[in-house]
Design a binder for this molecule. Structure first.
Ligand SMILES: Cc1cc2nc3c(=O)[nH]c(=O)nc-3n(C[C@H](O)[C@H](O)[C@H](O)COP(=O)(O)OP(=O)(O)OC[C@H]3O[C@@H](n4cnc5c(N)ncnc54)[C@H](O)[C@@H]3O)c2cc1C
Ligand SMILES: NC(=O)c1ccc[n+]([C@@H]2O[C@H](COP(=O)([O-])OP(=O)(O)OC[C@H]3O[C@@H](n4cnc5c(N)ncnc54)[C@H](OP(=O)(O)O)[C@@H]3O)[C@@H](O)[C@H]2O)c1
Length: 459
């Protein structure tokens, strides 16, 4: 943790994911105020979803971590891992120790579909699956034994990530940083068919063009799209991304199929999940054909939430799947003692200044950024401008008051509680161990995917 010198403002940033790192970068990179930043995370590793969410086969995005690594090297910033807000340190304590606190904890939960059979073994969330293949130490091992068919619900980028990883053949994944047991499980996967299921049409899909295009280029994977699902779309008024996506989808739907492809990836639009069936685990997924509800204006989401815009037609079909992963969005979780907007699942705020309730009054010296500020949408870069807004207000507010004399020392507090934080040197040791493990396998990195492995490196 940073040492304090006279007149210096001490800032605690909770969460070392992209938004916390961008906030720390903005704080360290300005000259208005003399600041020192303590960047806390519950994990011994920085980067949040950049490390544990971004798909392992998307290596160019992972390179963003290399740029953000410079943030951690700043003399004004100190990384402290293995400290969980709410468990190891409380809101009031941080407010006694720091001039300001920035919450950047992301959105760690997921949504459920609310359909029968959702609790059966074999039904889970994309979040859990992503944590597993991303080597998150909290992840439960996933088994693909006996899984010949799998479905992901939703047509956002997370659904495409998960569908792609499931469909890809083992040789296409061996250069990634996935932990060894994950690669072994995926290599042994008997999967032949993967469905990615959108409850609305292709013109409403949330995925982006690069991610869609990637699906058309997977080695040994036949992409299957029903041309009928692309008919009758009025492109007038659609944005450029959507029109480009429709072009890619039309080309893919019309392309000759390879009957010998070992795996098929079905991009199924206009279907919503109805129920999962199976004796003691998922054996099938029933989906219902949907159509737009003409009574609800599609172009104005403010008038009706997305579910209201389609209606079921009663036409059911059953998919032979043993694994169903819902990729229907993440959700924020309340932090102990910190205001929370239960409806939007975010910390209520006014341009990053924390409020005691939605539309309520200011909580002085508290700020918020990232997914816990604006909800679980946006790519990594979105968090940069988001953090800049919160930090600008923080600096403006602190400049108007004298530095606060710390009433409490967090290092002593944690020691008294028996908490042994991880240091930046600990993270560097993990980083080096992962790179060494990767080098032994001809890869850039192989992740340490369990608490035991991480603990063995940092003692
Ligand atoms: C599966 C997936 C794949 C994605 N892929 C891409 C991609 O390819 N490209 C792209 O641009 N964007 C991608 N995104 C979006 C991107 O990851 C997010 O925009 C970004 O990570 C949000 O940053 P954040 O800091 O708000 O949250 P997070 O990244 O979730 O970081 C939050 C951090 O807070 C820590 N934390 C949580 N609770 C506590 C606590 N109580 N105490 C201390 N620390 C805590 C967590 O350990 C974590 O490190 C992806 C998102 C997902 C879900
Ligand atoms: N490569 C990348 O850049 C990358 C990778 C991963 C994630 N991300 C970003 O991370 C953010 C989160 O991504 P995400 O995929 O979790 O969320 P998302 O983009 O919001 O997509 C969620 C999907 O789930 C569907 N859905 C929601 N509720 C449903 C229900 N009850 N039944 C069926 N379908 C349902 C939505 O359909 P409706 O539209 O009908 O609601 C939508 O297709 C996004 O901003 C994304 O771009 C980026």
């Amino acid at each position: 943790m940073t040492g304090n010198h006279a007149g210096c403002r001490r800032i605690a940033v909770i969460g070392a994911g992209p938004s916390g790192l961008f906030a720390a970068q903005a704080l360290a990179g300005q000259d208005t105020l003399d600041v020192e930043v303590d960047l806390y995370d519950r994990l011994p590793t920085p980067y949040g979803l950049l490390r544990y969410g971004v798909a392992p086969d998307h290596t160019s995005i992972k390179a963003v971590a290399n740029a953000l690594a410079k943030v951690l090297e700043s003399p004004r910033i100190s990384f402290t891992g293995l400290v969980e807000f709410g468990r190891d340190v409380a809101r009031e304590e941080l407010l006694q120790a720091y001039d300001a606190v920035v919450y950047a904890v992301g959105a760690p939960r997921d949504l459920t579909m609310g359909i029968p059979g959702e609790d059966l073994p074999g039904s889970g969330s994309a979040r859990e699956f992503v944590e597993w293949y991303g080597g998150h130490p909290d992840a439960r091992p996933q088994s693909l034994a006996g899984v010949t068919g799998a479905a992901t619900i939703g047509v956002g980028n997370v659904a495409l990530d998960v569908g792609r990883i499931l469909a890809k053949q083992a040789h296409a994944l061996t250069t990634t940083d996935m932990p060894d047991p994950v690669l072994a499980e995926l290599a042994a996967s008997p999967i032949t068919d993967v469905w990615i299921i959108g409850r609305r049409g292709p013109q409403h899909a949330a995925f982006t063009t690069n991610e869609l295009r990637e699906l058309t280029r997977l080695d040994g994977v036949q992409l299957i799209i029903d041309p009928a699902h692309l008919e009758g779309i009025d492109e007038e008024g659609l944005d450029r991304r959507t029109r480009t996506n429709l072009g890619i989808l039309r080309d893919a739907a019309a392309a000759p199929r390879d009957p010998d492809a070992p795996r098929r990836l079905h991009l199924l639009f206009w279907h919503r999940p109805v129920r999962l069936d199976g004796a003691d685990r998922v054996e099938s997924l029933t989906v219902e054909r949907t159509r737009l509800d003409a009574d609800v204006p599609v172009a104005d989401p403010a008038l009706a939430p997305p579910p209201a815009r389609v209606v079921g037609t009663g036409e059911l079909s059953t998919l032979p799947v043993q694994l169903v992963l819902r990729a229907i969005g993440y959700r924020g979780a309340p932090l102990p003692g910190v205001p929370f907007d239960e409806v939007r699942a975010v910390i209520p705020h006014d341009e990053g200044r924390v409020l005691d309730a939605p539309g309520g009054t200011r909580c002085p010296r508290e700020y918020v950024t990232g997914w816990i500020k604006r909800g679980p949408t946006g790519v990594i870069g979105t968090n940069k401008s988001d953090a800049a807004q919160s930090v600008a207000h923080l600096l403006e507010d602190l400049a108007a008051v004298p530095p606060q004399e710390p009433q409490l020392n967090v290092v002593d507090l944690l020691a008294a509680r028996g908490v042994r934080p991880a240091t930046f040197a600990d993270w560097q040791a993990i980083d080096a161990a992962e790179q060494a493990r990767g080098a032994a396998r001809g890869r850039a990195r192989t992740k340490l995917g369990t608490w035991e492995e991480l603990g063995a490196v940092i003692g």
